[in-house]
Design a binder for this molecule. Structure first.
Ligand code: SF4
Length: 309
């Protein structure tokens, strides 16, 4: 039987009340998913929201696995489900706990900072997590530690190195979506739109960052455009952000720098899958309690440093 989008939204709205569910969506999710979510935010914002959920029994996480795992770790009293639990993150899979242990063994005593885009097992092997919004502050909080391990995103790590003027021990992982954005592509778009400001995510390579006016997390991009006097932006991050940016600043023109900036995993969530997940309550994301307890220490350490002035 054919079901219209409106029928699907009506069913989701009925089920979310019956199930006492809260729907969280990352800013890279499809526009229609962002529109039905209770909260739309970046990884850090969603981590904080997940930790604060009290008046719901169920968290429906529209994003990728590591994000839903983080929500489950931070809120063990709530059931966390994903509309499509096969939505993974290739960058998170570029390092395993075993590989990280071997890296640590070569640098005894070096604290480990792990980007939140990592598995629960890798977080459990780390001292503190970070997001793209707070990575500089987190590394800075480690003071003058002679060696600091930073995993898994080498480009976010290089961004932090540049901001702090120090070297880190970087893992050679990257986001395959942001990795392809080069300064040549930015130059071509700048020639076409000379009046536009360029903003890119710190997961992009250093040459793309060097060609940009702003290097920002998705949450920081949204904050910037809310108060901007600029009229047009070339955007160098995953294309779901365009919808969130247009909602935040309808008076501005946002142009994706390259059509390759589209993460297939982020696009696995659909309205019918959300309705199905709410109806069945299946596709639960769970983390081994011992791993979760260790990973939570690294996430809590990040949240504590982030709250500092
Ligand atoms: S955009 Fe990149 S880092 Fe984000 S989920 Fe997709 S592959 Fe992972």
């Amino acid at each position: 039987m054919h079901e219209s989008i409106q029928d699907c939204i009506t069913a989701i709205n009925r089920l979310r009340k019956e199930r006492r569910a809260v729907i969280l969506a990352h800013t890279y999710q499809p526009a229609e998913v962002q529109d039905i979510a209770d909260y739309v935010d970046d990884s850090y914002g969603l981590s904080a929201k997940a930790a604060a959920v009290k008046d719901a029994d169920l968290i429906v996480f529209c994003g990728v696995q590591f994000m839903a795992e983080t929500a489950a770790i931070l809120n063990p009293g709530r059931k966390v489900i994903m509309p499509d639990p096969s939505a993974g993150c290739p960058m998170a899979d570029m390092i395993t706990a075993e590989k990280l242990r071997a890296f640590k063994a070569k640098h005894p005593g070096a604290p480990v900072v792990c980007y939140v885009n990592s598995t629960a097992e890798v977080k459990a092997e780390s001292d503190i997590c970070c997001t793209s919004a707070n990575a500089v502050k987190i590394v800075k909080s480690l003071g003058d530690a002679p060696e600091i391990i930073f995993v898994p995103d080498q480009f976010l790590g290089k961004f932090v190195e540049k901001q702090l003027g120090r070297r880190l021990l970087l893992w050679e992982g990257c986001c395959p979506i942001h990795h392809n954005l080069g300064s040549d592509c930015i130059a071509r778009m700048k020639a076409e739109y000379p009046d536009a400001k360029v903003m890119v995510h710190p997961e992009t390579p250093p040459d793309a960052q060097a060609a940009a006016d702003y290097i920002l997390s998705t949450g920081q991009m949204i904050e910037l455009v809310k108060n901007t006097k600029d009229k047009r932006f070339l955007v160098g991050t995953e294309d779901g952000i365009i919808h969130a940016l247009r909602k935040a600043a309808p008076h501005c023109d946002f142009i994706l720098i390259s059509p390759t900036l589209r993460c297939p995993n982020m696009k696995k969530t659909t309205l019918p899958k959300i309705r199905q997940a709410l109806a069945s309550g299946e596709t639960v994301i769970s983390v081994d309690p011992l791993i979760a307890a260790k990973a939570k220490k690294a996430i809590d350490a990040m949240l504590e440093v982030s709250r500092r002035p």
